[in-house]
Every structure is written in structure tokens, then in C-alpha cells.
Write a protein that binds this ligand. Structure first.
Ligand SMILES: N[C@@H](CCC(=O)N[C@@H](CS)C(=O)NCC(=O)O)C(=O)O
Length: 208
């Protein structure tokens, strides 16, 4: 039985939940209260020495870091395929995922942290700059999507990595340039997938 240590709003946990849903895998969800510091307790540190969610347990196997978990799930449960077969395309998926994990998600996280504050306490300059930086990233993604439905070949781990934050862009106050038609239709396609559409932990941002 698969077990996922999870925090609902964590975009990295959301990446893994999308993959579990795409592969129609049943699993036990173990909520970790990050505010209470449960991820730094000795019993959790035994699972992940970095003290972070998500952690996946598959019988005896313990895997942490969403990107590694998602590749593990792909290796162990290969259907439906979420990684292309050829090396060049696989490298491209990993490049997109790295960009999502280390640039796109942290930047959208900065915006979310500001927006959680009472309006008077928000750093407006930081918000404006971060939104502009996200917009520049979106322009790049729009270019990458020219002539294709998904970032690399079929729907893949590359699309998964961006999905949790891409589908809440309106709530982040990021303006999507109407000229970015590839991006707009990709967002629509992402929202139509049950794995993304039914993703929990986003309700506050979807409704905003
Ligand atoms: N690179 C990791 C990042 C995981 C991560 O940053 N998780 C955050 C929640 S979104 C966390 O557990 N933070 C708790 C802490 O650092 O104490 C991954 O992809 O799994």
C-alpha cells in the first residue's frame, strides 16, 4: 500500500498527488502539520532527513523529494506513461521540471506569502516585481508551447510540475497577455484533466 506524507497546500505534494491520480493509484494520505513543526520531529526526520513533505512510502521503500517521487512512480507504475521514451525528450522534461521547482514555484510562493498578509502589510514593490518576473516566465512557456499541446510530447511530468501554480494564476494577480494563445489553451487543457481539476488544497486560491 502506498502512503503519502502530505500537506494540502504544498505545491510539491500537489505534483505528486497529480501523478498518483493520473496513474489511478490508491494510497493512504498522512497529513503533516507544517505549522506545528511535525516535519521536524525525530520520527519524520527518519523518513526524510531534510524534514520536508512530500514523502512517499511504498512498502519498504521510502522516497522523498517530489521530483524523485514522481520518477519513482513512473518507473514502478509505468501506465499511463508520463515520461517520453527518448533521452533528449526525457532531458527536456527534467529541464522544465527543474525550472518549475526552482524558479516558477518559489516565485509564485513569494506572491502567495504577500497575499496572505493583511493588505496594509503587503510589500507592494515585491508583489509588482514578482508578478512581472512570473509574466516573463509565462512568455517563455508560451513560446515553448508553439505548435504543441503539452510541453514535451504527450502530457508529462513537465506539465505536472507547473500545474499546481499555473491553475491559480488569476488569484495571484498575474496578468496573462491575451497574445499568449498557446499558454491560454494549455491552461485550459490542464484544468480539464481530472487529476488537476480535482486537486485538493487549492480551493482558497481557485475561488479568489
Ligand atoms: N524539493 C522538495 C521541496 C519540498 C518542500 O519545500 N516542502 C515544503 C512544503 S511546500 C516543506 O515541507 N516545508 C517545511 C519545512 O521546510 O520545514 C520537493 O520537491 O519535494
Amino acid at each position: 500500500m502506498l502512503k503519502l506524507y502530505d500537506s494540502p497546500e504544498c505545491p510539491f505534494c500537489q505534483k505528486t498527488r497529480i501523478v498518483l491520480a493520473e496513474k489511478d493509484l490508491s494510497y493512504e494520505l498522512v497529513p503533516v502539520d507544517l505549522q506545528a513543526g511535525e516535519q521536524k520531529r525525530p520520527e519524520f526526520i527518519k523518513l526524510n532527513p531534510f524534514g520536508k513533505v512530500p514523502v512517499l512510502i511504498d512498502d519498504e521503500v521510502i522516497v522523498y523529494d517530489s521530483t524523485i517521487i514522481n520518477e519513482y512512480l513512473e518507473d514502478e507504475y509505468p501506465h499511463p506513461q508520463l515520461m517520453p521514451s527518448d533521452s533528449a525528450a526525457r532531458a527536456r522534461v527534467r529541464t522544465f521540471e527543474d525550472y518549475a521547482d526552482n524558479a516558477f514555484i518559489p516565485l509564485t510562493g513569494t506572491i502567495m506569502r504577500e497575499l496572505r498578509k493583511p493588505e496594509a502589510e503587503r510589500d507592494q514593490e515585491k508583489l509588482t516585481t514578482s508578478r512581472q518576473q512570473v509574466a516573463r516566465m509565462l512568455a517563455v512557456i508560451d513560446g515553448s508551447l508553439a505548435g504543441r499541446n503539452w510541453l514535451v510530447g504527450n502530457f508529462s511530468l513537465a506539465d505536472v510540475a507547473f500545474a499546481p501554480r499555473i491553475v491559480i494564476l488569476p488569484a495571484l494577480g498575474v496578468t496573462v497577455d491575451p497574445e499568449w494563445r498557446n499558454l491560454a489553451s494549455w491552461i485550459q487543457r490542464l484544468n480539464q484533466r481530472a487529476s488537476v481539476h480535482d486537486l485538493t488544497g487549492l480551493s482558497a486560491w481557485r475561488a479568489a
